[in-house]
Ligand binder design. Structure first.
Ligand code: HEM
Length: 669
């Protein structure tokens, strides 16, 4: 299926790399477009069955489900399904295809950053939308009646067949039997994790995948190790009853164990318990620091610390996430509701007015919390959403229909926190499409249902049906300040056009007023990693710059801890390919903490700057020998984003420079 440049890119690269998907992102980089050192990596050989994350938060991936025989059946916002399609869809039952069928359908797809992918076309009736539909159908996907209960490794190990498959990730056991035919990597890949703690496997392939949302309806319960003494928890030499197939806990788990134990040590037993009613009117009190930590760690294994797991209220499974705290302020024409999610919580969210009620939804760390306001008098759209990254405050600004001062804001209902069940899908209207370089446009889209906030360093996916195939590609929205536009709530996507690409020619051809569907947000970037960072390095190639923009703004505007230096090393092919060049020049002029170094792989002879692709000598030339070395107390951080080869090479180089893993974030694509 080499009908697009994306495919061509893939085929040229398949012999070298075999990757996965991006998480954040922008647009694909053509093979030579990014100043990347193309390097054969045995880990990523053509034989290898994909192992690397590719989606981490960066520009993205075209999820091309392009076989005409295996069209996904999710309804497209752009093409109405024919009655035949509808009829076929309704007659399709989500049964597990045989492995032969699956093999026949395997199609390599391309990623936005030009990575060959091992994604396979799904059987008809097995698209993401179909999976969401199945999840909402009321069918018991847990296989145990939906009753959460602890699972031992031994019990887990017995559920390892295609007709009965369980898997554990981050301390939680999921029944994946029904998900097998919906898994974009194919059931066989997913079966590699059956019966075991598949955390490492999962993280190797696609750490960005929001598994807990996707499998929210498949939770069997926490994974419990039957280890009598917490000292033995991770003693690999002990004859603990761990299954042979269970992996030893990772370093991360060990860290988590310690932090959970610390947490358990300092939790005070007296804590207001939120009732089990789904919603209640609450006079909210600020979440304590401990509660905040619990919220932050809510994805962490609950089974690894006996102390932490001893009390149900202390386990991640049972964490009571407090409702949102809120405040309000008014002028005669506007009402502002401020919701507080916690410092550096990096919230995502949306707001809308439905039947006179203002509904605010905020997601942090996989938890969704809501605030409903029945206003004292009528409110009108448009709404505005503003996020203050440092404090985690979100302001929702609404217009009053009649200009006067209110006595109160109205009746507020705070919803109890629920797990984010699945990515949101929003239909957006194209507001503008502006040419920004010879081959890129800035597409500004406005969500129809009201403003949407994507957390910093996270991305959305654009879904389009093109010639009967669903094309999906991820983009990191370009935040405020990088491109002039009146509508602060609109999302701006930097789209690079590939003449034979799957999605970009259609996306860049969209006219003002047309619609496009986005889903998300997706991503794994945690803003609190930057809490103590004083020096930040951004290594970006091509459209891999987009996740860096918001972070750069954030770092330079911090007042709690002043950033001392932000250095962007930006790899492109030619000067004309450099996105946001003038913006960077402006910032350099205004703020001497920011430095940008351009590196071009195909520069004209007149170019006096750095040339070539990413390599150690170049980094040393630009940064000096030692600045990246991590000391005992790390106060520096590096972000890297670009095509997979670039990111992988960059990661290796940063590690060679003695940077610790925890000081690096790769937005992989
Ligand atoms: C633990 C064993 C697993 C293995 C070995 C595995 C393997 C793979 C592979 C090889 C791909 C295709 C990679 C690509 O080219 O992008 C893939 C994609 C994917 N897998 Fe898995 N997978 C596993 C578990 C899971 C789980 C538990 C989920 C979530 C419920 C999941 C959800 C996905 C999704 C959503 C994609 C598409 C990725 C994207 O669009 O970014 N996988 N997987």
């Amino acid at each position: 299926m080499a009908d697009s440049e994306d495919d061509q890119v893939n085929s040229t690269r398949t012999s070298q790399f075999s990757i996965t998907l991006p998480t954040v992102l922008c647009t694909p980089e053509p093979p030579d477009d990014d100043g990347v050192l193309l390097k054969t990596n045995s880990f990523l050989s053509s034989e290898s069955k994909l192992s690397l994350p590719s989606n981490l938060g960066t520009p993205t991936s075209p999820l091309r489900l392009s076989s005409p025989l295996s069209l996904p059946t999710s309804p497209s916002p752009f093409m109405k399904s024919s009655p035949q399609t509808e009829a076929r869809r309704s007659s399709e039952s989500p049964q597990l295809p045989t492995s032969n069928q699956q093999n026949a359908k395997l199609i390599n797809t391309g990623s936005a950053t030009g990575n060959p992918r091992n994604k396979c076309a799904l059987q008809p009736g097995h698209s993401l939308m179909d999976w969401i539909r199945l999840g909402n159908s009321g069918k018991d996907l847990t296989g145990v009646g939906g009753r959460i209960r602890p699972v031992t490794p031994q019990e887990l190990a017995t559920h390892n067949s295609e007709s009965d498959a369980w898997l554990a990730i981050r301390g939680r056991v999921y029944n994946i039997t029904h998900y097998l035919p919906y898994h974009p990597g194919g059931p066989e890949e997913l079966m590699k994790g059956a019966g075991i703690d598949a955390t490492q496997l999962f993280d190797k392939v696609h750490p960005w995948v929001n598994f807990d949302s996707l499998l929210a309806k498949c939770v069997v319960g926490p994974l419990r190790f039957n280890i009598p003494d917490s000292d033995e928890l991770f003693d690999t030499s002990s004859s603990s009853p761990k299954s042979d197939r269970l992996r030893e806990p990772s370093k991360t788990q060990e860290l988590v164990r310690k932090s959970m134990e610390n947490l358990a040590n300092c939790i005070t037993p007296v804590r207001k318990k939120i009732t089990s009613r789904s919603e209640e009117n609450v006079k909210s009190s600020p979440p304590s620091k401990i509660m905040q930590s619990l919220i932050q760690s809510s994805d962490l294994p609950v089974s690894i610390s006996r102390r932490a797991a001893a009390s149900p209220t202390k386990s991640a499974e049972k964490v009571d996430v407090p409702p949102l705290r809120y405040d309000w302020i008014q002028t005669s024409t506007k009402l502002t509701i401020s919701v507080y999610t916690g410092a550096l919580a990096n919230p995502g969210g949306c707001a809308r007015i439905t039947e006179g009620i203002l509904l605010i939804e905020v997601a942090t760390n996989g938890w969704l919390r809501t605030l409903k306001l029945l206003p004292e008098a009528e409110l009108e759209e448009p709404l505005q959403l503003r996020v203050y990254a440092e404090s985690g405050k979100i302001d929702v600004i609404a217009q009053k229909a009649d200009a006067h001062l209110w006595k109160g804001c109205g009746e507020v209902t705070l919803g109890v926190a629920t797990r984010v069940a699945s990515p949101r899908t929003v239909e957006c209207r194209v507001v503008t499409s502006d040419v920004v370089t010879h081959d890129s446009v800035m597409l500004t889209v406005s969500p129809r249902s009201g403003p949407v906030v994507v957390p910093l360093g996270h991305h959305i996916r654009v879904h389009m049906k093109v010639a009967g195939s669903e094309c999906i590609r991820s983009y990191t929205p370009v935040g405020e300040g990088w491109f002039p536009h009146e509508d602060a709530s609109a999302l701006r996507l930097a789209v690079k056009k590939y003449p034979n690409g799957c999605l970009s020619p259609h996306l860049t051809a969209l006219k003002v007023g047309e619609t496009v569907t986005l889903s998300g947000p997706y991503g794994s970037f945690q803003l609190n990693k930057l809490k103590a960072v004083k020096k930040i390095y951004f290594l970006a190639a091509g459209t891999g710059i987009t996740p860096m923009l918001g972070l750069l703004n954030f770092m330079l505007s911090r007042s709690n801890l002043r950033c001392e230096r932000a250095h962007l090393i930006f790899f492109n092919k030619t000067v004309d390919d450099i996105l946001f060049k003038e913006n960077f020049e402006e910032i350099c002029k205004e703020d001497n903490r920011f430095v940008v170094t351009h590196v071009l792989s195909d520069a004209k002879s007149s170019w006096t700057g750095h040339r070539g692709r990413i390599n150690l000598d170049l980094l040393h030339q630009i940064l000096g020998k030692d600045p990246l070395k991590c000391g005992d107390q790390c106060t520096h951080f590096a972000c890297i984003c670009g095509p997979m080869e670039f990111t992988q090479t960059g990661l290796q180089l940063l590690k060679k420079c003695s940077m610790k893993d925890e000081c690096i974030h790769a937005f992989m694509g």
